[in-house]
Each structure stands twice: as structure tokens, then as C-alpha cells.
Write a protein that binds this ligand. Sequence first.
Ligand code: CTP
Length: 499
Amino acid sequence: MIEINAIKCHIGGMASITIRNLDESTKQALRERAARNGRSMEEEARLLLAELEQGAGSVEVAASGRPQAGPAVAARPSPEPAISGFPAAGKRVLLIISGGIAAYKSLDLIRRLRERGVRVRAVMTAAAQQFITPLSVGALTADKVFTDLFDREDEHDVGHIRLARDCDLVVVAPATADLMAKMANGLANDLASTALLATNRPVLIAPAMNPAMWSHKATRRNAESLRRDGIHFIGPMAGEMAESGEAGEGRMAEPMQVVEKIGELLDTRPKPLKGKRAIVTSGPTHEPIDPVRYIANRSSGKQGHAIAEALADLGAEVILVSGPVSIPDPKGCEVVRVESAREMQRMVEAALPADIAVMVAAVADWRSKGEAKEKMKKEGGKGPSHLELTENPDILKGLGHHKQRPGLLIGFAAETEKIVEHARAKLERKKADWIVANDVSPDSGIGTTEGGVMGGDRNRVRILTREGVEEWPELTKQQVARRLAARICDHLAAVTATA
Ligand code: CTP
């Protein structure tokens, strides 16, 4: 049993937990516990302090005045992530910052990772410190920043080998041409390159350099060697460079793109839909009247996009056919953008065959008969007194009767009255397996402050199957999506079991 207070008494500051000041028996107990948990002694001590703080109020940790080592910060347990559901939440990233103008992006990267519950420990090269300071990096990681290979205290507390392995992923952002060259050739003459040679964890690099350097034969060769060695890449991207007048391929990927890649690489959640292909439709359709006007509806695409992402999260290959929306693309899906119902139908049918199809789009039932080639004018009373409409194809019904009918075909039913009765009729008419029925009437009482179900963030649905009706409580659209994806998994597992 470690006497936590003994550790507490000997703390010189979070920037440097001076383990060697502990008495021998505490040190030995800490060593054993750290070894059991696969952590460094320093990290183990930090966690113990965090536990103490959680259980018994606050632990005051004094600042050590060590220069170079980053700011002194209070030992705090990892806060609840501000953004939940990130696949890498709770994981540890060793972020190596090398020297380039893009180093400023690493500060934002740290923030985005920490708000998603990722623990970040940083190493900075000497050149990186010409662009940003260990003080700002340490303030954002709330941890010590490692800068020196030959730091006696760091080597005693952590050691560069342990530093390189006490993480789930090593991320180099930005990765300069120089650091890539060192990595490709196995050089280890500073802390960053030594950690990269010593690590046994996956490595992701976000290259950032002048376009001429990125396209230089030597860099191409190094990038190729690194790819062959199994190093993961994000970017570089094309565009304007920070140096004035320079443009081309070489920009560091944006912090959120790096975050997404990290989420992908560290996602260890089970993937029960791996090997399944799903088509999802989402959003409204726009039916042109003339070159500037169209018929549309209030669908935001939030529910359809959330379902596409939830299926992708469970490992399905998802093709999302989306009408015009102003929300971001869901992660992990192939997105096909369309405008009209006829275009949507073409792209859905082009995506067949599929194991699962979820038709969430609020497809316009009618379109203008004969789109005017020129803008209709109102002058002189020559504008149309009425619009002649013609019916659009029913995409869901088309799939229900298709020779490549998806194995599980799910439709939505937006109703304002007699919800179950109307939804049941749709199930039969369109030959769907399930209908997800929702009440979109303004007096449904759902999301009243956001303008109702259409456009809002919440939904209350009923699932109609051939066996009966399931009533789900009011949930966020994300929750509905995750629950529906789980329900789809259960169904497919049951089908496989009885086959
Ligand atoms: N749907 C479709 N193609 C259409 C109309 C609807 O694929 N042209 C799909 C929707 O994506 C949804 C389901 O059919 O999955 C039901 O849509 P909804 O608008 O509720 O029903 P409608 O068939 O349009 O019937 P009504 O307007 O009479 O309620």
C-alpha cells in the first residue's frame, strides 16, 4: 500500500515530480505499482494524486521553478470530456512538435484532443521552441513538456524509452522535412527522433513544409520509406502557405482533420457491421422551378446524417446520398450530394447492392412540370398564375420492388396525424421491412424551442415492423441513430443465427 501523503509531501511541482526524494519503501511500492500498470513512476504518482484529489478534496501542488520544463500545473484528474463519444477518449497521445510555422496549429490540436478526453503529453524539438513556447504547450496539455534528451531529472523520472511507450499513439504535428528524414533513416540525435526510434506504438505524422521541399526527390523518397515502415500520414494539404506568395502542396492538415484521423486510428470499439454495405438518404430535395427558384421542405438532414455515422461507427461501409443541407458530412461515410428526387433515385440505385438501406430523406413528392429555362418574370403580369406539378419517383417504393432489394429496407414516415395507421400503410405500400414513424406536427411538443422535429435536435419515434410497434422515448437525434444502428445489428445477428 502506498502512502499517498508521503508522495504528496515530496512533490516539488507537477512540472517535476521528484520521485527520488521519496523514502525508499514508498519509492519501491510506487515502482512496483507503476510496473504492474505499465506506467512510469511519475505517471503513477500523478494518477495517485488525482485519485486523492477526487476522494479527499484538493491537493495543493507547489510550483517548481524549473525553467525549460514547461509550466507548473496543479494535479487534476482528467475532466469529463466536453465532447463525448470520441472513439479515442481516455487514450494517451504523445505529441511531437517539430519546428515549422505550422507549429501554432499544434496548440489548437492539443485543445481539440483534450476536450475529447484524450490525454496529451508533448515533446518539442529545439526548432519548435523558436515558433511556440513550452509554456503555452504545457498550459494546454496540463503536463510537463519534454524538450531535452539529456535532462537528468526527466531521465530519472520517465526516461526517453518509457516516454516513447507510455502512450497509445505517437503523433508528429507538424512533421518537418528534417524530422521525416531522420525518421526515415533511423537517426536519433535529439529527444524527438530518439522517442520516434524507441517507440513501439503506432505513429501518425502530419507533414508541413514548403511545397518545393515536399516535392523534392529526397522528401518523396523519405515519405515512401516511412509509408513502407507503416507510418500513418495525414496530409499535407494543398493551398496557400503561411509564407507570403507561396502556394502548393505542403500545408499541415487542419487540427480537426488530425483529430479525426487520431479517432480512426485509436478506435477499438467493436465493429459488428464490418463487411455490411448500407445506403442512407438524408436531407430534403430541391425541385427546380426555374434557374433561381425551387420547391423544398424543412428537413435539416440531422437525423439521416446521424444514422449514417452511427452505422459507419459500427463498421458498415456507408454511402450517404444527401440532398442540400448545411450540416457537416458525417464521419466515416462516402457522401454523394444530389439536388432533386430524380438525381437521388439515380444515385441510390447506382449504389446497389446493399445489405441495409435507410431512407431518411424528406423527398419532395412533386416537382414542377417542365423546368423553365429562363427566370420567370413577374413584369407585365406575365408570370404563372399557378404551378403545374407532376409526381416524383418514390425511391423507397422503387427499392422495395427492386430486383436488388436491400436485405433490410427501412423507411421513415413523417406524419402529423394517425401516425401508426399511416405508417403501417406505408410499410405495406412500399414493401419496407420497418418504418420509423415520427410526429412532425408543430404541436408534437418535441423541440418546440427549435422549431419542432424537422430542423430540431430531438425526436420521438415508433418503429413499426411486421411483428408490431416499438415506442421509443424522446431522444436526441444522435441517440435515435445509435439505437437504430444497434437494433439493425441485433436484427442481422438474429437473421444470421436462424439462417
Ligand atoms: N420517400 C421516397 N421517395 C419519395 C417520397 C418518400 O423514398 N418520393 C421515402 C422517404 O424517404 C421515407 C418514406 O418514403 O422513407 C416516407 O416518406 P413520407 O414523406 O413520410 O411519405 P410519402 O410517401 O411522401 O407519403 P405522404 O406524403 O402521403 O405522407
